[in-house]
Design a protein around this ligand. Structure first.
Ligand code: ADP
Length: 221
């Protein structure tokens, strides 16, 4: 199978004393689900942010579907990110004053290619069991429901890659299991490549592949 995402010798350091990533290599195939685990502070979020073009590495290469992302201009990078990559974080970051439906549609406001977004939003919200909550505000939903809204918002522009950074970190154990189950179902149904950072080993093991970040390098388990 072809490689969809490729990192070679990616390095990142924030200060002179400590290098966070010292040569990360990673090749992900289309449609794969990959977990990245490792102790707190080992650089998992840094790595995910580099893959998602939110941060730039100091050295190394980052290729996505044949495009060398580090050669794009800032505007091209932002457009690429908005259309190709979805993000889910530990905290949902929903806009409290907007309805669930409005929250889900926010990423389409800056996507000029977006068509039939409202129909897609309604379909996905129905898919995650929230069709009765379209006009509620985030504060009226449970933690698990809010994370499901964040997942739908991440998928609204039909990204090829979903990056999830401790998406279950604020949920109960049952809520966490259900959210990971949902991510894996969407990974299959939407032909979505999924990379999830988690320090919960049982959740990581549900993915196709588990990698551990240790001493600045990514290793298979
Ligand atoms: P993890 O996600 O595994 O907990 P992080 O990627 O958040 O780890 O952080 C890795 C290390 O880099 C930590 O020591 C953290 O303090 C440091 N770090 C992360 N982001 C920054 C930043 N923007 N500026 C300076 N140091 C940072």
């Amino acid at each position: 199978m072809s490689v969809f995402l490729k990192l070679d010798r990616v390095c990142k350091q924030y200060d002179e004393k400590t290098a966070v990533l010292i040569g990360v290599d990673l090749a992900v195939e289309p449609g794969e689900s990959v977990a990245i685990t490792g102790p707190s502070g080992c650089g998992k979020s840094t790595l995910l942010n580099i893959i998602g073009t939110l941060e730039r590495p100091d050295a190394g290469t980052l290729e996505f579907a044949g495009t060398n992302l580090l050669t794009l201009s800032a505007d091209e990078t932002a457009e690429f990110r908005n259309r190709r990559i979805g993000f889910v974080f530990q905290l949902h970051h929903l806009l409290p004053q907007c309805s669930i439906l409005e929250n889900v549609l926010v990423p389409t406001w800056v996507n000029q290619q977006a068509v039939d977004s409202e129909a897609r939003a309604l379909r996905l919200l129905d898919r995650v069991g929230l069709s009765e909550r379209l006009h509620h505000r985030p504060g009226q939903l449970s933690g698990g429901e809010r994370q499901r809204v964040a997942v739908v918002r991440a998928l609204i522009n039909q990204p090829q890659l979903l990056l999830a950074d401790e998406p279950t970190g604020s949920l109960s154990r049952d809520g966490a299991d259900q959210l990971v189950q949902l991510l894996l179902e969407l990974n299959r149904e939407e032909k979505l490549t999924l990379i999830m950072v988690t320090h919960a080993q049982p959740l990581a093991e549900k993915m196709d592949r588990v990698l551990t970040l240790e001493n600045g390098i990514l290793k298979p388990e």
